[in-house]
Design a protein around this ligand. Structure first.
Ligand code: SF4
Length: 227
């Protein structure tokens, strides 16, 4: 499979935020979200076998723990990445998969925690989520909406209510998008949608979702990669 980077940091998002985690970032994405902070994954990378990736994870986290398979869009390389996830599970790791849900998810091993990033209209990639994937969700999975506007918020709220997401998954996450050219200040002023404004909308509507901030962008310079 084609890999952009493998590194260890703190998990910045989801209900696992704050935990040490190894990230396996696969190369390539078929979407082009306007606020994407991972454009460097669109090309390049290096070819690695399942065993090479497994060994790299083992070196970084020999006592096992959390591993996130991310990208890019990892399910574009499903033929290789599904056996990799199974290999990591068999070896005792807790495996998270970050995906847009545009590709089919039925081959993902059930023990993998899927964190599905449903694209909102102002990402420029709205309506790419494959609705059939709702049936592939397990109670331990999570659904995330990255929001950059009121339009995105209204979409996420309606989608959550229409599909009763809070009854399907462990958590529904509403997360303000970060400016992709953000650098220097580790501050909420770098968000495209003010977290305070989002919090007030969520409280007013009593939405069954939790506000998520990208923790790593408040710890390290938002422009720094590999953290
Ligand atoms: S799906 Fe992820 S990697 Fe692909 S363009 Fe959107 S934010 Fe970037």
């Amino acid at each position: 499979m084609q890999i952009t980077e493998i590194y260890k940091s703190l998990q910045g998002e989801s209900t696992y935020a704050g935990l040490p985690c190894v990230f396996v970032r696969l190369t390539g994405c078929n979407l082009r979200c306007t606020w994407c902070d991972s454009e460097y994954t669109f090309q390049g990378g290096r070819k690695m076998t399942t065993e090479q990736v497994h060994d790299a994870v083992l070196r970084l986290s020999p006592k096992r723990g959390l591993v996130e398979i991310t990208g890019g869009e990892p399910m574009l390389q499903g033929r290789e990445v599904v056996p990799l996830m199974q290999r990591l599970l068999d070896d005792g790791y807790k495996v998270l998969l970050e995906t847009s849900g545009e590709r089919p998810l039925e081959t993902v091993p059930k023990q993998v925690v899927k964190i599905v990033d449903v694209k909102c209209p102002d990402s420029g990639e709205g309506e790419t989520f494959c609705l059939k994937n709702l049936e592939m969700l397990n109670a331990h999975d999570e659904i995330k909406f990255v929001l950059s506007s009121r339009t995105d918020y209204d979409f996420a709220r309606e989608f959550t209510e229409r599909h009763r997401l809070e009854q399907r998954v462990n958590a529904v996450l509403f997360s303000p998008a970060f400016r992709k050219d953000a650098s220097g200040a580790r501050a909420s002023s770098q968000c495209l949608l003010d977290p305070q404004e989002l919090a007030e909308w969520m409280i007013a509507d009593n939405v069954p979702a939790r506000l998520g901030l990208q923790l790593h962008k408040f710890i390290w310079d938002p422009a720094v990669k590999g953290v």
